[in-house]
Design a protein around this ligand. Structure first.
Ligand SMILES: [Zn+2]
Length: 113
């Protein structure tokens, strides 16, 4: 898959990255839309530092469930979902970043659109 990968301040590269696979309790989402918020802009400008570099910015996404890990209930491949990045860990988690594996506290919710 292709992604814009941040390597450091104002160093954003559009490149091929490895498609992640869902581990038990996880879901991989094919991102169809992504918001760019103040946090992303500050990180790109070097005003805030992400935990790990390189990383893929954009934590407010919506898309389609691409892969469901063992033990995940209520989500299926192809289902439309929205990702709420600051929800506490529940029965599902998502790995939207590809390179870093995303936050273990990210939750995925079915979407109504
Ligand atoms: Zn944000």
């Amino acid at each position: 898959m292709k992604a814009a990968v941040l390597y450091g301040e104002n160093d954003l590269r559009y490149q091929e990255v490895t498609t992640p696979h869902a581990k038990p309790g996880e879901v991989v989402v094919q991102v169809k839309a992504c918001g760019i918020c103040t946090t992303d802009v500050k990180i790109l400008a070097g005003e805030s530092t992400p935990r790990d570099l390189p990383t893929i910015l954009g934590h407010e996404v919506a898309g389609l469930v691409h892969e469901v890990g063992d033990g995940v209930k209520g989500l299926e491949v192809g289902q439309r979902v929205a990702v709420y990045p600051i929800a506490s860990a529940s029965t599902s988690s998502v790995w939207p970043t590809g390179l870093t594996g995303g936050s273990p506290n990210t939750s995925v919710f079915p979407s109504l659109w």
